[in-house]
Design a protein around this ligand. Structure first.
Ligand SMILES: Nc1ncnc2c1ncn2[C@@H]1O[C@H](COP(=O)(O)OP(=O)(O)OP(=O)(O)O)[C@@H](O)[C@H]1O
Ligand SMILES: [Mg+2]
Length: 184
């Protein structure tokens, strides 16, 4: 079973390829109401209604090297296997939103995996992207915005090891705070 955070890497990669400068990643978890939801929103070039319709089908892709696009179909089946669904909402020239929901307690719901490592990997390879990462667990919320630290950085890249090191600690502390010692 593939960790769900790995799907995030794939889906955000699509956003980058679609020319997005901003990505908003939202995770909402509430075991008590069996909620586990992941939303990835971008301001990339978007898709036509026909593309949206076909995008969960593995034979739709604009890739030229390989005929089959797998990013969205794999995420889709991960959601379906765990009692959930995936919905793509997109508009040409505006952007795309992918919303996947799962049954939190479902035996086939893959673990979320390493969110700190995932965010660091995204920032390391896309230092100019504005990222918002909002994670809710029960009634607690953590939010990280690259915009907030960018002014302080002046001309240092966000991908500088020292900056990524600081972000790592910040994310670890933030997630520890919302989970409050509970692990999924
Ligand atoms: N965020 C997005 N914005 C615009 N177009 C998108 C976005 N995400 C996906 N698409 C379109 O949908 C197609 C299918 O995406 P999917 O991730 O399933 O496969 P892929 O990216 O083509 O290949 P793979 O992910 O397997 O490397 C993409 O080729 C692209 O044309
Ligand atoms: Mg892809």
């Amino acid at each position: 079973m593939r960790e769900l955070s790995l799907h995030i890497l794939d889906i955000v990669q699509n956003s980058i390829e679609a020319g997005a400068s901003e990505v908003i990643l939202e995770i909402n978890e509430d075991p008590d109401s069996d909620l586990f939801e992941m939303i990835i929103r971008d301001n990339g070039r978007g898709m036509t209604p026909e593309m949206v319709q076909g995008v969960t089908d593995p034979f739709v892709t604009t890739r030229t090297t390989r005929k089959v696009g797998l990013g969205i179909p794999l995420f889709h089946s991960a959601a379906e296997q765990a009692g959930g669904d995936l919905v793509v909402d997109s508009e040409v020239g505006k952007g795309t939103t992918i919303r996947a929901n799962f049954s939190h307690k479902h035996i086939d719901r893959a673990p979320l995996g390493d969110m700190v490592g995932t965010i660091l990997a995204l920032l390391g390879s896309n230092p100019r992207m504005e990222l918002v990462y909002r994670h809710r667990y029960k009634d607690k919320e953590f939010e990280f915005r690259t915009e907030d630290i960018r002014e302080t950085l002046e001309d240092i890249e966000i991908s500088h090891p020292m900056i990524l090191g600081w972000i790592r600690n910040h994310l670890q502390d933030g997630l520890a705070e919302i989970y409050g010692g509970e692990r999924e």
